[in-house]
Design a protein around this ligand. Structure first.
Ligand code: ADE
Ligand code: ZN
Length: 351
């Protein structure tokens, strides 16, 4: 496992692609499951990772198996308190890692399906946002994600339900596994979200069927500003030029596999290609509790070690994160200046 350097540890950091439900660690999951009378297929905190490992087929990123295991964990969340507790645990971990800004995704349809009143859920998330700022000086923005394996109609209805909570949600995303032709299918929902002023992103997971077509269609048909993952872009030079010239941000996730202690090489190569081509690519954790690959510090360290990125490169990745964040120009300048000050101080310390 890559050592986390003082440089990585002390850098002011942010991430834009992390699922609230994917931060639910085994110890808290057991507490939540017990108070909701949910039985899990394991009774120890390590059970999540074991279950993920046992159902993996080889070294391939088997998204369907991964999501099935994630479902067993996230289906235990039945109350607004569960959302609050999970989010606060993640905030505390992030604070310990010198994270200053977070955009966190949550599966809003799942919360509703599981009986959490939407207003209570959003109020819990709002409280987390305020307490994170007050107690840890961490800025949080929430992204509501629609699930592609559920009917478009349900996504549209859920978008309407979010109207009274518009101010608490910065953007709309698409996640779960990629149904064929999902970009065209979800175009009306994303257009309606854009009309309401939401920022837009969509998952295009690594090495999925039709990855390149999906990435292209997310940009052209959905008009997204960011793609979550989107690493396969690296395999098509025309697409690379397109995302660079249109400044489409990619929220890369270098680690994903539970049994791995380093970033897998195909991901790292794609990240390297995109980084060298000048893409606005950032590094993120996605579902840290499920992967067992660590939170942001360990994720950055694993990617740096695997690709031989320099400390200066790591600063550029973090610049990309702040450049792709859904914040106003004043806040962006503030974060970038903070990052520059950190880099200058670190350079003086070693010279
Ligand atoms: N939900 C949580 N993690 C996800 C991922 N990597 N892809 C799609 N949906 C997800
Ligand atoms: Zn994700």
């Amino acid at each position: 496992m890559a050592e986390v350097s003082a440089f990585i540890r002390n850098m002011p950091k942010a991430e834009l692609h992390v699922h609230l439900e994917g931060t639910l660690e085994g110890d808290l999951l057991l507490v939540i499951a017990e108070r909701n009378n949910i039985s899990l297929p394991f009774d120890d905190p390590d059970g999540i990772r074991r279950m993920q490992n046992e159902t993996k087929t080889g070294l391939t990123n088997n998204l369907v198996n991964f999501l099935r295991c994630l479902d067993i964990c996230r289906e235990a969340m039945r109350t607004a308190q569960d959302y609050y507790d999970t989010a606060m645990a993640f905030v505390r971990k992030s604070a310990a890692e010198n994270v200053v800004y977070l955009e966190v995704t949550f599966d809003v349809q799942q919360a509703i399906r599981q009986g959490v009143p939407l207003a209570e859920c959003i109020e819990a998330l709002s409280r987390v946002r305020r307490e994170a700022k007050r107690d840890y000086d961490i800025e949080i923005r929430w992204i509501a994600c629609f699930q592609r394996d559920h009917p478009v109609q349900n996504a549209m209805e859920t978008l309407n339900l979010l109207d009274p909570h518009r101010d608490e949600i910065v953007g709309i995303g698409l996640d779960n596994f990629e149904t064929p032709n999902f970009p065209a299918l979800f175009a009306p929902v994303m257009a309606a979200a854009r009309d309401r002023g939401y920022r837009l992103t969509s998952h295009c997971d690594v090495n999925q069927p039709e990855s390149l077509a999906h990435i292209r269609d997310c940009v052209d048909l959905l008009g997204v500003e960011r793609i979550d993952h989107g690493l396969n872009t690296a395999q098509d030079i025309t697409l690379v030029k397109k995302i660079v010239s249109q400044r489409i941000a990619l929220t890369g996730c270098p680690t994903f596999h539970v049994s791995m202690t380093s970033a897998p090489s195909d991901r790292v190569e794609m990240i390297r290609t995109l980084f060298d081509a000048g893409a606005l690519i950032s590094l993120n954790t996605d579902d840290p509790a499920q992967f067992g690959s660590g939170y942001l510090n360990r994720t950055l360290a694993a990617c740096q070690a695997a690709a031989g990125f320099t400390d200066e490169d790591m600063i550029r990745f973090m610049r990309n994160t702040f450049e792709s964040a859904w914040i106003d120009d004043r806040a962006r300048s503030g974060y970038l200046e903070r990052l520059d000050r950190f880099r200058d101080t670190s350079a003086r310390a070693v010279s």
